[in-house]
Every structure is written in C-alpha cells, then in structure tokens.
Design a protein around this ligand. Structure first.
Ligand SMILES: O=C(O)CCC(=O)C(=O)O
Ligand SMILES: [Fe+2]
Length: 316
C-alpha cells in the first residue's frame, strides 16, 4: 500500500487495478496529490474510488486536473455540460454497444488518454465492468509474436455508431458528414505508451476494422488471436459497482467491457473523458533509433541537423 498525505492506494488486481481512498474531491488536488494519482494510474492502469459522494461538476473538475475534457461526437451528451455523457439504461433503453471489448474512441485520430466513470444507480446484481491490461497481453506473447506484430498497422472505424444513422436520406447525409469529420484512422497494432514506454496491444473488436496490407482472412486470423488475449482472466480486473463508485482508467493501456446482464433493471453512469495524444507505434520508436544511429554515422555538420530533426519528429 502506498500512502502520501491522506491518500492511500491499494493494489487489487494481479496485473491491473488499485483502490484509492482519502481523496478530497471538494477542492483542487495539491500538486503532490495530483502527481501521486497520476503515477498510480500509470502503474495500476485502473483506479477505483469506492463510494464517493460528489457532483458531476466535481467529477469534471477532478478530470480537468489531468487534462482537457473532450466531447464525444456520437453519444448523446448533457446540454449544460457537453463533456458529460450519461449512460442511463434499462430494459426500454438498452446500452448501444458497451458490451463489446474496446478502448474508448479509437475511431479518432487522437483517442482519449483516460476516462472517468461514476455509478449513480446500480442494479441489485450484474452490471459489472471488466477491464483488461493490454500491456500484460503484449508482455504475455512470445518474442516471435511480439516482433511480428510490431510495425503492423490497423484501420479503425466508428462501427457501432453507424447504426444511429440508418434509414432516411437525411440520416445518410449526416453519416457522410460524420465520415468526413472522422475518417478512418490508422493506428499501430502495438502502441508505445507515451508515459510508461511500455508496449500495448492496441486493437479491439469494437473499433478495429482490419490490419493493413493483408488479405481479409489473414487480418481476421491475427485479430481473432489478439482478441482472445483480452479474454484471458489473468489479464483482467472486474469492477462491481456500488452507488458512488468512480473509476478512472488509462485508455491507452486497457480495454473494457460493460456486462449487459442487469436488464431490464436500471443502471445509470456518468462519464467524462480526457483528451489524449497522437498514437505512437512501437515500430516508430525503432525507426527513431535507426534514424538516430544513422545520424551518428554522418559527417559532423549533417549530424547536427539530423539530430534536431529526429528530436522534432519524436516530440511533435
Ligand atoms: O457502462 C460501463 O461500465 C462502461 C461503458 C463504457 O464503455 C464507457 O463509459 O466508455
Ligand atoms: Fe467505453
């Protein structure tokens, strides 16, 4: 257990997941508490704050201390606070597709860095959310698979949200507009975590369409093999929500699945999402090393220029 000032962090899952207590959400976190929580998120990938009594404004203010909040382009959002997503489901209003493994919004060129979700109304049984460490999934692969996957790229798509625009011509026009606004991004299959430097499997059944440069059969076989890793119980951590439980997850290193086993009962969750950074592939890191080492073999005046451009490439 880590303790600093009044905050304590207790690891709960073997590969990911920790419980955090002692955070005062009624005021901004001190620099040292912010640092402690951020480090805890990087180390544990999923932080659970059990049964806290805060408003959505306090939840949003807490999130803003770790980055800018984003507005989801498809999910209906709150009129007063567009960064807030309310997931209020029951038998009449079932969830759209949160019971498919995913990292949030990888249909964006720059997907979120993290998500903060808080339970308001929970069913008596069911409605758990399962998280998987994609860092552990990568680490569990053999060297041969790790090498083979590094450098592959996959096309992502806002697949489940397409069904919101079925039907009349006006909806189809809107869909085309969304396709123009959110063209399918290409992300590395193995992502380099921008903070920890760890490698992460970054494909999901929810948003990944195909692996580039392969036949459909080849792409699907590899994706199926990678999706099976998400199902490995050892890589998972399960959250059983109580009213007030809040979870902050690192969206770059984990995936999640919201069990749909509580319908027709009601479950209401409130979410804010933090903007992320451009996805860097593990192969890009290797390419940078190759560029840097090539630069060292150049004549001195050329070396200086090459060093500067290498630096700019990695920080832009
Ligand atoms: O309802 C949940 O537990 C998770 C829903 C979800 O996928 C999300 O908020 O990103
Ligand atoms: Fe999600």
């Amino acid at each position: 257990m880590t303790k600093a000032s009044e905050i304590s962090i207790t690891r709960k899952g073997a590969h990911l997941g920790a419980e955090v207590s002692g955070v005062d959400f009624s005021k901004p976190q001190s620099n040292s508490n912010q640092h402690l929580l951020f480090e805890a998120l990087m180390e544990n990938e999923v932080l659970v704050f059990p049964e806290i009594d805060i408003t959505v404004e306090e939840q949003a203010a807490f999130g803003r201390q770790f980055g800018e909040l984003s507005v989801h382009p498809f999910s209906p959002h709150d009129a007063e606070m567009p960064e807030l997503i309310v997931l209020d489901n029951d038998g009449e209003r079932p969830p759209l597709a949160t019971d498919v493994w995913h990292s949030d919004e990888t249909f964006r060129e720059v997907p979120p860095m993290g998500t903060i979700l808080r339970a308001r109304i929970v069913p008596e049984v069911g409605g758990d959310t399962v998280f998987a460490s994609m860092t552990s999934a990568f680490e569990g692969l053999s060297d041969r698979w790790q090498c083979f996957l590094t450098g592959l790229e996959a096309v992502h798509d806002f697949k489940p949200f397409r069904r919101l625009y079925s039907g009349d011509p006006a909806s189809r026009d809107k869909l085309h507009a969304m396709e123009e606004q959110f063209p399918n991004p290409v992300h590395p299959v193995v992502r380099l975590h921008p903070v920890t430097g760890k490698k992460v499997v970054f494909v999901s059944p929810q948003f990944t369409q195909h692996i580039k440069g392969m036949t459909e059969g080849e792409s699907q076989s590899i994706l199926d093999m990678l999706y099976r890793l998400i199902d490995v119980p050892e890589y998972q951590f399960r959250v059983a929500w109580k009213p007030g439980t809040m979870v902050f997850w690192d969206n770059r290193s984990t995936q999640h699945y919201a069990a749909r086993d509580y319908l027709p009962h009601r479950r209401r969750m409130e979410r804010v999402t933090l903007k992320g950074d451009k996805v860097i592939g593990a192969a890009d890191e290797m390419a940078d090393l190759v560029t840097a080492s090539a630069a060292l073999n150049k004549k001195p005046e050329a070396r200086q220029q090459a060093d500067i451009s290498t630096y700019q490439d990695t920080t832009s």
